[in-house]
Design a protein around this ligand. Structure first.
Ligand SMILES: NC(=O)c1ccc[n+]([C@@H]2O[C@H](COP(=O)([O-])OP(=O)(O)OC[C@H]3O[C@@H](n4cnc5c(N)ncnc54)[C@H](OP(=O)(O)O)[C@@H]3O)[C@@H](O)[C@H]2O)c1
Length: 269
């Protein structure tokens, strides 16, 4: 299959990852939330039957981790059943389906997670994303479920922007130093998806290289940050302490610190 000659459909194109996927797949058919609501089974299947794509990439999701605790139904409809509807549509037209899941499907009791580790989420967002994985696996075979983590990109609200804003607004920015993960640059990820799209179906863990705490991540962005514990910074949704995804299937990507430098340059350009 030669990617340039095949028809790709991207869903959720106005989000952070969706926007960078559009850069990397400029010829794709692009659908925003306004064009298609993935909660609507009929609309999803009709759109896919009409477009007849060879590949569907879904970047649409309800990504407000704390918001999911209050809006459980919306979380499960969007992150759980929605991907299942897309999978049904893909099966009908024999399209490959690339979908994104999260490090938050794991409980964080292990330091590192392989693709084969058994998920056990500790918050509603994680449960809803895990349901999405299960719905896809049940409904089709030619899927790539790509678990990613700590995403930052020029087209969305993200941790880097939040700490930059706080750094201007307050004297010292407290950031948790007891949750560890792998920051990932959305453009690197989108580029990687194009590279690996012809690989075998299955679950993939794809992140930038390098592990850090949120505090360590913040320290490489701003000067006025101090470490704190998760107990000092309570959130509505529980977060896993370690959500380090290990990629055993593809070539590693560059270190997050290098990607961060490029991001900071890009956002200031
Ligand atoms: N951000 C992270 O740190 C992170 C970490 C791990 C995994 N992920 C996963 O990576 C993927 C991309 O995340 P992201 O950060 O790029 O998300 P994002 O910036 O929040 O974008 C999500 C997009 O989905 C759209 N959307 C929401 N509900 C929809 C619906 N019912 N139908 C169609 N579109 C809908 C949103 O549109 P509106 O804004 O118009 O509603 C938005 O454009 C998601 O699957 C997410 O779970 C993200």
């Amino acid at each position: 299959m030669v990617v340039g000659t095949i028809k790709t459909l991207i869903i959720g194109t106005s989000g952070m990852l969706g926007s960078d996927l559009c850069k990397v797949f400029p010829d794709a058919v692009k659908l925003t939330h306004r064009d298609l609501d993935i909660k609507n089974r009929e609309q999803v299947i009709e759109s896919i039957l009409e477009i007849k794509p060879d590949i569907v990439i879904n970047a649409a999701a309800y990504t407000d981790v704390d918001g999911c605790e209050d809006n459980k139904e919306l979380a499960f409809q969007t992150n759980g059943y929605g991907p299942g509807y897309i999978a049904e549509g893909c099966a009908k037209v024999s399209a490959k389906f690339v979908h994104f899941s999260t490090d938050y499907v794991f409980d964080g009791s292990k330091k590192e997670y392989l693709e084969t580790d058994v998920p056990d989420p500790i918050n509603v967002y994680g449960h809803s994303k895990l349901l999405g994985e299960k719905e896809i696996i049940e409904k089709m075979h030619d899927y790539m479920i790509v678990r990613i983590s700590w995403l930052f990109g020029v087209h969305g609200k993200n941790f880097v922007e939040t700490v930059l804003r706080l750094s201007r607004e307050i004297d010292t920015v407290k950031v948790v130093n007891d949750q560890f993960g792998k920051p990932t640059y959305a453009l690197d990820l989108a580029t990687k998806i194009k590279e690996i799209i012809e690989l075998n179906p299955g679950i993939y863990h794809i992140t930038n290289d390098g592990i850090c705490s949120w505090y360590e991540f913040a320290s490489s962005i701003i000067d006025n940050t101090v470490p704190c514990t998760s107990e000092e910074f309570p959130r509505k949704a529980k977060r896993p302490k370690y959500s380090v995804l290990v990629n055993t299937k593809t070539e590693p990507m560059r270190h997050w610190n290098e990607a961060l430098k490029e991001y900071l340059k890009e956002r200031n350009a």
